[in-house]
Design a protein. Structure first.
Length: 318
C-alpha cells in the first residue's frame, strides 16, 4: 500500500485529490441549486433545506479547497501573485481567475436569494449596515441574468478540475479529453449527494419534499452517464495502444488502485446505490436512513474516483 502512494513518477499527491473533490462538490451543488430554484421552488427557494445547505457548503468547499491548495504549494505565501498577475497560457492562472469570478457571482446570487432573511437580520442586529439592503434591492433586477451565468461558471469550474490534470501531458491516462467531462458529471453527482445529505441532516428537509425528489431525478441519469464516461475513458486508452494501453492495464488490471476502482468507485459509488434503488421498496427508498446511506456512498465513490484518477494516472509515463 505504501508503494501505491509513493512512487518515482508521482508529482501531485493526496491533498490535490481532496482539492479536486471539494471544488467538484461546490460546482455540482451550485448547478443543481439554480435548476432547483427555477424549476421547482421559485420565490420560496430560500426556505428550502437543500438550498440552505448549498448556501453554506458551496462557498465553504471552495474556500477549504483553495486553502488546501495554497498550503500544499512549496511557497504558499507567494500565492497571491496568481490572484493579481494572470497568464493566459497557464492552466493554474486561468483557474484562479475562474475561482474569483465564480465566488463573486455565487455570493451575489445567494445574497439575492436570501435577501429577505438578510434584511430582517440586519434590521434586528446591525442597523448600521442597512445600506447593504439598498444594494441588494437594486441588484434584484439582475437576478434572472445571474442564474445562467452561475450555471455557466459552475460547469466551467467542474470541467476545469479535469483540465487541470489534463495539463500533465507526460501521463497518458491524465492527458485525456474525456477527463474534464468525467470530472464535471462526477462533480454534479457529488453535489447532488451533498445537497440532499446536508439538507436532510442539517436543515431537517423532509425526505418526500419536491426538492429532494428533484435532486434524485437528476442523480440517476448523471451517475449512469458517469459510468459511461469511465467506460469511454478506458476503452480509449486500451485501443490507443502503446503507453496508453499500459496505463489502462496498470490502473485497472490489478493492485491497490485497481481494487479502489472496482470496489470503491464502481462497486460502492455507482453499482450498489443503483442496485439498492432497484431491489428496495418505495417505502424504504423514502426513508431518511436510506437516503443518507446512498448519499454517503455517492460522496465516497466520487472522492475515491479523484484519488484513483490522480494516483493511477501518474503511475505510467509516456
Amino acid at each position: 500500500m505504501s508503494s501505491a502512494f509513493h512512487f518515482e513518477s508521482l508529482v501531485w499527491d493526496w491533498p490535490i485529490a481532496i482539492y479536486l473533490f471539494l471544488i467538484g462538490v461546490s460546482a455540482g451543488m451550485a448547478t443543481i441549486a439554480v435548476f432547483l430554484k427555477r424549476r421547482v421552488l421559485g420565490n420560496d427557494a430560500s426556505k428550502d433545506g437543500v438550498i440552505k445547505a448549498t448556501a453554506i457548503i458551496a462557498p465553504l468547499t471552495v474556500i477549504l479547497g483553495l486553502t488546501i491548495l495554497i498550503f500544499h504549494l512549496t511557497r504558499p505565501w507567494t500565492f497571491w501573485y496568481l490572484m493579481i498577475f494572470y497568464s493566459p497560457t497557464s492552466v493554474m492562472s486561468l483557474g484562479v481567475m475562474l475561482f474569483q469570478v465564480y465566488m463573486v457571482v455565487l455570493l451575489v446570487w445567494l445574497a439575492l436569494l436570501f435577501r429577505n432573511e438578510i434584511a430582517v437580520f440586519i434590521e434586528q442586529r446591525f442597523k448600521a449596515l442597512s445600506w447593504i439592503n439598498g444594494i441588494l434591492a437594486k441588484l434584484v433586477r439582475f437576478e434572472k441574468m445571474l442564474e445562467p451565468l452561475m450555471v455557466f461558471l459552475a460547469v466551467a469550474l467542474g470541467a476545469y478540475t479535469g483540465f487541470l490534470l489534463s495539463a500533465l501531458k507526460t501521463y497518458p491516462m491524465l492527458n485525456n479529453p474525456v477527463l474534464p467531462v468525467l470530472f464535471l458529471f462526477s462533480g454534479v453527482s457529488s453535489g447532488a449527494a451533498a445537497a440532499v445529505l446536508f439538507g436532510i441532516v442539517g436543515f431537517k428537509q423532509p425526505v418526500d419534499s419536491p426538492s429532494v425528489h428533484f435532486v434524485h431525478q437528476i442523480e440517476k441519469p448523471v451517475v449512469l452517464f458517469e459510468l459511461f464516461l469511465l467506460l469511454a475513458l478506458f476503452v480509449g486508452l486500451f485501443f490507443g495502444g502503446g503507453q496508453k494501453e499500459v496505463a489502462a492495464i496498470a490502473a485497472v488490471g490489478g493492485g491497490f488502485w485497481s481494487n479502489v476502482f472496482w470496489f470503491g468507485v464502481i462497486g460502492l459509488g455507482i453499482l450498489l446505490p443503483l442496485i439498492m434503488g432497484i431491489v428496495c421498496s418505495k417505502s424504504i427508498q423514502h426513508s431518511k436512513g436510506y437516503i443518507i446511506a446512498v448519499s454517503c456512498m455517492g460522496l465516497s465513490g466520487v472522492l475515491l474516483l479523484r484519488f484513483f484518477i490522480l494516483y493511477a494516472g501518474q503511475m505510467t509515463v509516456a
